[in-house]
Design a protein around this ligand. Structure first.
Ligand code: DAH
Length: 339
């Protein structure tokens, strides 16, 4: 029996020394010292011993247990230290490594060009007005001389909240809101989102942006409109930009016009960019209709004004030669980081 105990101790110490893993150590503890372990198995046979031998073997067994426990403790300590060292080594920071560059965000191309446009008009004495995107039918249509059933509504189908409330199809309602609140002289631009129930393709989106402009004062004429907008286009596209005004119709201006600028790719010859026209349309404009002035409480006998409205996406597309409007809304950094 003594031999067996010594054998256990020898085996245990050898195995503990070989063991390199804390979980394995626990298995060894169970195997040698556990309730069903090898040492216990020997002690169960103590009954077979003579009364003289029993205390001697008992003492030896206690020594063996103590030795194995001591060896176990030692190994646990060693392995834990080794583990800790490995962890510290793995976590060590190499201060000589190059750092990760922090990527700074930048303005969206739409915002960038809008800021430029605002800057141009602020420089001409305009201020910026805002209006709601969820708008009364009255402001979006009725007050702008577009009564229910007017054919102009066909091209501006939108999303209806109810019969009287729509997602605005244009920034023109801000004209009405401004004139209701403010007496002339008025000089405002109003950029913002507008909505139409158009299917998405390369040139259409149910959400896009417009910039509205409105000037009302005594003695405002078509010459003021032409001068202001010509200066605007030249500031935006460069002094060499050529513009032309073409008669058009809008229900809320009279007379109305569209403003084109000469295609900078072909200089009026006609090419793919301008679809053979030689000119590219940039905005709608006109003298504010007397009916609209009167509706807003401004006497058209005393005051006159001009207004204009342009689509931001188109201007930005021309500026950067972007051929698909969907790119603006996809949030693809490969696209956005180019501007
Ligand atoms: N709101 C018009 C549109 O969406 C654009 C426009 C034309 C605005 C003439 C104006 C204007 O202020 O005078 O097509």
């Amino acid at each position: 029996m003594k031999e067996a105990l010594k054998q256990i101790e020898q085996n245990a110490v050898a195995e503990l020394e070989r063991c390199g893993d804390l979980k394995e150590l626990e298995n060894l503890r169970v195997r040698f010292l556990g309730k069903k372990g090898e040492l216990t198995a020997i002690l169960k046979q103590m009954g077979q011993l003579s009364p003289e031998e029993r205390p001697v073997v008992g003492q030896l067994a206690n020594e063996v247990r103590a030795d194995i426990e001591a060896e176990l403790e030692k190994r646990i300590g060693e392995l834990k230290r080794a583990e800790e060292e490995a962890r510290i080594k793995a976590e060590r920071i190499d201060v000589t490594m190059p750092g990760k560059a922090v990527k700074l965000g930048q303005k969206h191309p739409l915002t960038k060009v809008l800021d430029e446009i605002k800057e141009i008009f602020l420089g001409m004495g305009f201020s910026v007005a805002e209006g709601p995107e969820v708008e009364y039918d009255y402001y979006n249509f009725e007050a702008l001389n577009i009564p229910k059933n007017h054919p102009a509504r066909d091209t501006q189908d939108t999303f209806y909240i109810n019969d009287n409330i729509v997602l605005r199809t244009q920034t023109s309602p801000v004209q009405v809101r401004t004139m209701e609140k403010q007496k002339p002289p008025i000089r405002v631009i109003s950029p913002g989102r507008v909505y139409r129930s158009d299917a998405v393709d390369a040139t259409h989106s149910p959400l896009f942006h417009q910039i509205e402009g409105l000037v009302v004062d005594k003695g405002i004429t078509m010459a003021d409109l032409k001068g202001t907008l010509e200066v605007f286009v030249k500031k935006l596209y460069g002094e060499e930009a050529q513009v032309r005004f073409r008669p058009h119709h809008f229900p809320f201006t009279e007379p109305s016009a569209e403003l084109d600028f000469m295609c900078f790719a072909c200089h009026g010859e006609g090419c793919r960019l301008c679809k053979g026209e030689g000119w590219i349309e940039i905005l709608g404009c006109g003298m504010v209709h007397p009916k609209v002035l009167r509706e807003c409480g401004i006497d058209p006998e005393v005051y006159s004004g001009f207004a204009f409205g342009m689509g931001l996406e188109r201007i930005v597309m021309r500026r950067y030669n972007i051929d698909d409007l969907r790119l603006f809304y996809e949030n693809d950094l490969r696209f956005l980081s180019q501007f």
